[in-house]
Design a protein around this ligand. Structure first.
Ligand code: AMP
Ligand code: MG
Length: 328
């Protein structure tokens, strides 16, 4: 199969045709690129798992054209869903609901819940409206770094998907917040750009359950290694420890690099760095692209650790997983 990158408006009609005939299409969202199939077609959805090499027990998010369409795939939808939708949809918030019986097991990994989200990209919402809700995970090979450009998708999935709709660089850069509304208290299963404090403007309580140490995970994807560069990667907890690790790696003949914000770069001397920008938002937006760049040139990546509050908590969740929990 030949893989083509096409500007999203130009490739739109072809994308509708592919989805309606049970094929895959990759598309951009504000979080990361997704690899979508008609959620109601088990055979089409199975192709996603095959293309990515994704474990069968890791469920997919169903992408909707509008928030009310959750009724197509979920039952007993609580009022909180609609209140959250009003404020955060379309946007980087995924909500876990009780699944409707028409949702194939392959989408939910056999579970009784379904995760839904409404992406910001208008072209993608039109594609969904003209075809079907799309079951879609991130458009990378399983375990590798999530894609934030059409080129990243092509590098991972060349030959496994025929059409990549190019919608430019992803603006948020990390995956959506996953919020479970089926448990007793609303619970964040995966932190993202919609933070606990933001959710608390609508909900009276929010619990967080996204420790990287969880073994039997409620959000099945949490137990897998994620977002990993192909070379050794560690978290640098302070500038001094990062500098020491860099110099030690270099003295051992390795080619190290420090992935960090502008302020830390200034303190890092003449050593090699990949700069993520100046703010935490820049960090999130550029993080995966920086790791993909770094892994092609270097063989030892040190990632700058940030304070874990607000969006910092969400980016550190991804960074820690990229480093497989290792730190210096
Ligand atoms: P990805 O789209 O590759 O970021 O993966 C989707 C994420 O959503 C994974 O971490 C899944 O475990 C999570 N997810 C999808 N469906 C559900 C569900 N029904 N309940 C809990 N988590 C889910
Ligand atoms: Mg993923």
């Amino acid at each position: 199969m030949k893989t083509e990158i096409v500007p999203q408006k130009k490739g739109f009609a072809k994308a509708v045709e592919l989805i309606n005939s049970g094929e895959l299409v990759a598309f951009s969202t504000e979080t990361v690129y997704g690899l979508g199939a008609d959620f109601s077609n088990s055979k089409a959805v199975a192709k996603i798992f095959e293309a990515k090499g994704r474990p069968q027990d890791n469920p997919l998010i169903v992408h909707l054209a509008k928030a009310e369409d959750a009724e197509l795939v979920a039952i007993d939808i609580p009022l909180e869903y609609y209140a959250l939708a009003k404020k955060f949809m379309p946007g980087p918030l995924t909500i876990v609901l009780k699944k409707r019986s028409n949702v194939p097991d392959v989408v939910t990994a056999g579970g009784s819940t379904v995760a839904v989200r409404v992406p910001k990209n208008k072209t993608v919402r039109n594609l969904i409206a003209l075809s079907h809700p799309l079951a879609a995970p991130s458009a990378n090979r399983s375990k590798h770094i999530s894609p934030t450009t059409a080129e990243h998708v092509a590098l991972d999935l060349d030959g496994s998907v025929s059409l990549i709709l190019d919608g430019g660089e992803c603006k948020v850069g990390i995956e959506s917040t996953v919020l479970d509304l089926t448990s007793k208290n609303p619970t964040i299963l995966r932190p993202g750009a919609v933070t606990a404090d933001m959710l608390l403007t609508v909900l009276s309580s929010v619990s967080e359950k996204h420790s990287t140490k969880i073994k039997v995970a409620k959000s099945p994807g949490m137990k897998y290694e994620h977002y990993s560069p192909i070379c050794e990667t560690v978290m640098g907890m302070t500038i001094n420890s990062s500098r020491d690790a860099y110099d030690k790696a270099q003295s051992e003949g390795k080619k190290p690099v420090y992935v960090c914000l502008h302020n830390a770069k200034i303190k890092f001397g003449h050593r090699d760095t990949v700069v993520l920008g100046k703010t935490i938002k820049d960090y999130a937006r550029n993080f995966y692209g920086a790791l993909r760049y770094a892994e092609t040139i270097y063989d030892y990546i040190i990632i700058e650790a940030l304070d874990e509050s607000g969006l910092g908590n969400s980016v550190m969740n991804r960074a820690t997983k990229s480093a497989g929990g290792k730190f210096v």
